[in-house]
Write a protein that binds this ligand. Structure first.
Ligand code: SAH
Ligand code: SF4
Length: 393
């Protein structure tokens, strides 16, 4: 088997070239051909010596992922489903905005965390993607979009690791992928424009801060451990106190002076005014770490409220808009920058948490979560008829 060069960051490619008896600068040329020009055919790489091209043909290849389908939304959002073999597929979404182009990338086929409100979580875990499979999503999308939009300019300016999977549970593959995104000879993205989103894998947050400190988003979803244990099962392993301290430590390395807390608004579950007040207390309590960026010393965190994208097995419903607005106002009034995420690509199921791909539920986790749901969630407000039916209190 020859090496897939998408698996290497520049360091790795330099080591590979050295093993072929080639100088390191050859790796830079090769890396630029692959990532900046989208080349996969060594014969195309005209400034590489013929002898090197010959060697590469017998030892290496550049192989992306096979596209199973593509969906184009009315709003310009594009979603691809990629085959990752063995019956598994992952999704990648391009979201164009006036001032940026964001690509939402998957890190795993399925996810082992099993959050209640996430369709990927309901599918269970199939396997980690390789570095090459993570990078291939960007490689393909960038060069496809340049052709599609008929431009020689860079199209993707931002990457968010918010597709399928928990990136920090696939750490070893993630790091070279991030390095390739950031490398000036690769995609040249700034650290502030690459965001890793995590459900809170505390030890790996610390390592990320040292190895590749990019922007960090933490999926919070609840202001106390009891509720978070239910919504994000990883909380049982890394409870809020530890998570908050890890956020504080991360801020010392972060390219931005805040962490983004993602908060998926679930009707009657975590969207009440008292939850907002609890959140304020939570970030105030832990926000005075020694990062020098705590409240009173500048912005420490930002909240991004995500409208829940419902799917039947979750047994959950989206918070009404007025509830979301009221919640946002409480946080904003306390001085916390709060945004409500726009839903994009709704007509093609491309929004957060809807990325279902096609992952075999080998662990039957979806069934288990569905069975547990009646006992797991306690209602937290006086229910209207609809909510009563949903939660069967
Ligand atoms: N595993 C990582 C990244 C992938 S999920 C994480 O959990 O952070 C990306 C974001 O989508 C997370 O904030 C997640 O909580 C959110 N999300 C998952 N399912 C959702 C749904 N059904 N509706 C809205 N947001 C959802
Ligand atoms: Fe995994 Fe993130 Fe979905 Fe939770 S929200 S199940 S961590 S992908």
């Amino acid at each position: 088997m020859t090496a897939n060069l998408l698996d290497f960051d520049l360091e790795g490619l330099a080591a590979f070239c050295e093993r072929l008896g080639e100088k390191r600068f050859r790796a830079t040329q090769l890396f630029r051909w692959i990532h900046q020009r989208g080349a996969a055919d060594f014969d195309q790489m005209s400034d590489l010596a013929k002898s090197l091209r010959q060697k590469l043909k017998t030892t290496a290849h550049v192989e992306g992922l096979q596209v199973l389908s593509r969906h184009d939304s009315k709003d310009g959002t594009i979603k691809w489903l990629f085959d990752v073999g063995n019956g598994d597929a992952v999704e990648t979404v391009f979201i164009p905005e006036d001032d940026r182009g964001t690509l939402c990338i998957s890190s795993q086929a399925g996810c082992a965390v099993g959050c209640r409100f996430c369709s990927t979580g309901h599918q269970g875990f199939s396997r980690n993607l390789t570095t090459g499979e993570i990078v291939a999503q960007l490689w393909f999308a960038e060069h496809f979009l340049r052709k599609h939009l008929n431009t020689g300019e860079r199209v993707i300016s931002n990457v968010v690791m918010m597709g399928m999977g928990e990136p920090l549970q696939n750490y070893n593959a993630l790091i070279p992928a991030l390095k390739t995104m950031l490398d000036d000879h690769g995609y040249g993205l700034s650290r502030r424009r690459v965001t890793v989103s995590t459900s809170g894998v505390v030890p790996m947050m610390d390592r990320l801060g040292l190895d590749s400190p990019v922007a960090l988003a933490v999926s919070l979803h609840a202001p106390d451990d009891e509720l978070r244990d239910n919504l994000v099962p990883l909380n049982r392993k890394y409870p809020l106190a530890e998570l908050m301290e890890a956020c504080n430590r991360y801020l010392k390395h972060a390219p931005r002076d805040f962490i983004t807390f993602e908060y998926c608004m679930l009707d009657g579950v975590n969207d009440q005014p008292r939850h907002a007040h609890q959140l304020i207390e939570l970030v105030r309590h832990y926000g005075h770490g020694d990062s020098g960026k705590g409240p009173g010393k500048g912005v420490w965190c930002k909240f991004n409220l995500i409208p829940f994208n419902p799917f039947p097995e979750s047994g959950l419903t989206r918070s009404p808009q007025n509830q979301v607005v009221a919640f946002a106002k409480i946080l904003s009034d306390a001085g916390i920058v709060t945004t409500v995420r726009k839903t994009r690509g709704d007509d093609i199921d491309a929004a957060c948490g809807q990325l279902a791909g096609d992952v075999k539920d080998r662990t039957r986790v979806g069934e288990r979560i569905a069975q547990q749901r009646v006992v797991m969630l306690k209602p937290v407000r006086t229910f209207d008829v609809e909510a009563k039916e949903t939660f069967k209190p």
